[in-house]
Design a protein around this ligand. Structure first.
Ligand code: SAM
Ligand code: SF4
Length: 332
């Protein structure tokens, strides 16, 4: 039974859950992590069964879209089993994945068979030396092979996510769109959000606005604004002459997208975060482990949590760190 009960104090219906299945990653992107990270001890993580149980409860409560993210979701041991379990839930319309692509060559076909509908792959640059500099340890070729594997695996949509940083990769926005257009896939440009202490790296120093990116693209591509909204921060455009590619702009600084927010996030240790840019949370791992098998209590904890969903984020580019949480805790 689909019974949409997840409505917050501001009348927003919540139908979208993002789940971070691990805080670990095989890369160390400068805007996401510091070079030397301490990761959670494994016993603090939700088990895959616990994640599926929480997901099932959200689905009962009307959530029909789930995105799996991290950290790097594909480095979590046995993660395919989770995708297979999630893919079996009636009522889930959209099961999606955000990944850095490094393991996709190996996983793409199985993910597609498990019911994953769409995949977002992070790719900030097409130059191997820059890729190494931004990710600190990554190998561009592996990610490119992962993108090819995703395209071949037959997902409904494949999308590139590019975080654009002034002085690091802002001169590649046209090349990145060419890359997407040539392959008939989508691309979203993301403005960096100031999360966590990433050492010397500061979002405010490298900010490159979506507005600037649109100006950069204008010489080669005509973008046509689309009415499509996902309830998230992205604004989408179609590209004249290239119907297979849409371009998204995720602009937390230039656009306030909170009014029609439809989403909440589950961290790998089981905290239900009500807003990416605020600390309001409920510890669902505690609810699960303190009351094993008590489905009603879990359900009620989720319903009650909607009452503390804040009105919006308060990202501030001028302060070094707004939130202590790194992006790998929440998965973006
Ligand atoms: N490891 C996977 C990946 O890189 O796609 C999934 C997790 S990653 C945290 C999800 C998305 O968040 C990626 O597209 C990444 O580029 C983006 N991201 C990470 N840190 C960010 C930040 N500080 N501001 C904006 N986007 C960020
Ligand atoms: Fe890993 Fe993704 Fe964060 Fe990069 S953005 S360090 S790939 S979790």
């Amino acid at each position: 039974m689909t019974d949409n009960r997840l409505v917050d104090r501001f009348g927003r219906s919540i139908n979208y859950l993002r789940i971070s299945v691990t805080d670990r990653c095989d890369l160390r992107c400068v805007y996401c992590m510091s070079e030397h990270m301490t990761f959670l001890p494994r016993e603090q993580l939700l088990t895959l069964e616990e994640i599926d149980r929480i997901a099932a409860t959200f689905i009962e409560l009307g959530v029909d879209r789930i995105r799996i993210t991290g950290g790097e979701p594909l480095v979590r041991r046995n993660v395919l089993e989770l995708f297979r379990d999630l893919g079996r839930h009636q009522g889930l319309r959209d099961l999606t994945l955000t990944t850095n692509g490094s393991q996709l060559e190996r996983f793409a076909d199985d993910l597609s068979a498990a019911g994953v509908t769409r995949v977002n792959i992070s790719l900030d640059t097409l130059r191997a030396d820059r890729f190494k500099a931004i990710t600190r340890i990554g190998d561009l070729d592996k990610t490119l092979r992962g993108i090819d594997a995703a395209i071949d695996a037959g997902f409904d949509r494949v999308k590139i996510n590019s975080v654009i940083l002034r002085g690091h990769n802002h001169d590649e926005v046209l090349d990145l769109v060419d890359f997407a257009v040539e392959r008939g896939i989508d691309i979203s440009f993301i403005e960096e959000m100031p999360l966590g202490d990433n050492g010397d790296h500061r979002a405010g120093d490298v900010h490159y606005s979506s507005h600037r990116i649109r100006e950069d693209l204008a010489g080669r591509y005509r973008l046509i604004a689309s009415a499509e909204r996902t309830g998230g921060p992205a604004r989408y455009y179609s590209v004249e002459g290239h119907p297979a590619t849409r371009i998204g702009f995720i602009s937390p600084h230039s656009h306030n997208f909170c009014d029609d927010c439809n989403r909440v996030r589950l961290t790998s240790e089981g905290l239900l975060l009500l807003c990416l840019g605020q600390e309001h949370s409920v510890d669902l791992r505690h609810v699960l482990r303190a009351h094993p098998g008590d489905d009603a209590r879990l359900r009620q904890a989720i319903i009650d949590a909607m009452q503390i969903k804040p009105k919006g984020h308060e990202f501030d580019l001028d302060s070094h760190t707004v939130l202590l949480r790194h992006m790998n805790m929440t998965g973006g």
